[in-house]
Design a protein around this ligand. Structure first.
Ligand code: SAH
Length: 255
């Protein structure tokens, strides 16, 4: 059975924007990079708290499903380092749908849906034709263990800025959700929805189809309502100095 204790040796990390993942670069050793058109990927060694070294390959995809799917595919086949990527992570910010989520709360996806996928009448609404399924589900053993260990570590490390860690359903679509009508509609149409963003489910679909383990970890930056755009901008400015703290914590949990 899949086990988090299996030591990952090469982890791929993507985000949409450099603010969400960029600072990892300063913490990598022996960095090499490759360009695919306007997408640049970086790879190097990262030293964990227990002194073990792992390989990380990182990049920022840009916003939206096409960009994230493209970057995921490129990441998996970049040729940077001969060791294959054995775990893929997408991280970044998201808008809250469930009112219990507050800014700076963290959400680990236990499933993702593409809220703008609609191939009716051939398939039910939200069904992704390639998967014949609405939800993309990660390896739950990995998610449960990551959740439990990250929870312990977060409280232990007292990462003051971050709020509570949640596990739940994230919906992805090519839309910045910034009005209450849309927010309520999504919440009504998709039961148990926690948060919305623009890349996770496309990333997850590629990882799933490529048969590579994956997880999506998001931080709440706004309430997907009328003030989302300004909340988002203010949040991002502050978030970029904290994002690495969380990623480092996650990497140590996974290793
Ligand atoms: N401030 C910008 C919006 C950026 S949204 C503007 O108003 O033009 C883009 C990024 O943040 C995406 O990568 C998406 O995944 C994430 N995100 C954060 N909050 C979101 C929301 N409410 N709806 C959709 N995506 C959101």
């Amino acid at each position: 059975m899949a086990n988090i204790k299996k030591s990952y040796s090469h982890i791929g990390i993507l985000s949409a924007m450099p603010e969400e993942v960029g600072i990892i670069l300063d913490n990598l050793e022996s960095v090499s990079s490759v360009k695919f058109g306007d997408l640049e990927l970086f790879s190097g060694k990262f030293v964990l708290d227990n002194s073990r070294e792992i390989l990380l390959t990182i990049g920022w995809s840009g916003w939206g499903k096409v960009s994230s799917a493209r970057a995921t595919t490129r990441l998996l086949t970049s040729g940077l380092n001969s060791t294959p990527i054995d775990l893929l992570i997408f991280t970044g910010v998201a808008g809250a749908v469930d009112p219990k989520l507050k800014m700076w709360d963290i959400i680990l996806a236990d499933s993702l849906i593409q809220h703008d996928m609609d191939a009716r009448p051939i398939f039910d609404r939200f069904v992704i034709p390639a998967l014949n399924n609405k939800k993309i589900i990660p390896n739950m053993d990995l998610i449960d263990k990551t959740f439990n260990q990250l929870n312990k570590k977060l409280s232990h490390l007292k990462l003051s800025k971050f709020g509570n860690l949640h596990k739940g359903l994230i919906a992805t679509g090519d839309m910045f959700v910034s009005n209450t009508t849309k927010l309520h509609q999504l919440s009504k149409d998709i039961s148990g929805l926690y948060a919305v963003e623009m890349e996770g489910a496309a990333f997850a679909q590629v990882a799933f189809q490529e048969k590579v383990k994956w997880l999506v970890l998001r931080i709440i930056s706004d309430g997907a309502n009328e003030s989302a755009s300004s909340d988002f901008d203010n949040f991002l400015t502050e978030y970029k100095s904290y994002s690495f703290e969380l990623i480092r914590c996650l990497l140590n949990v996974l290793a």
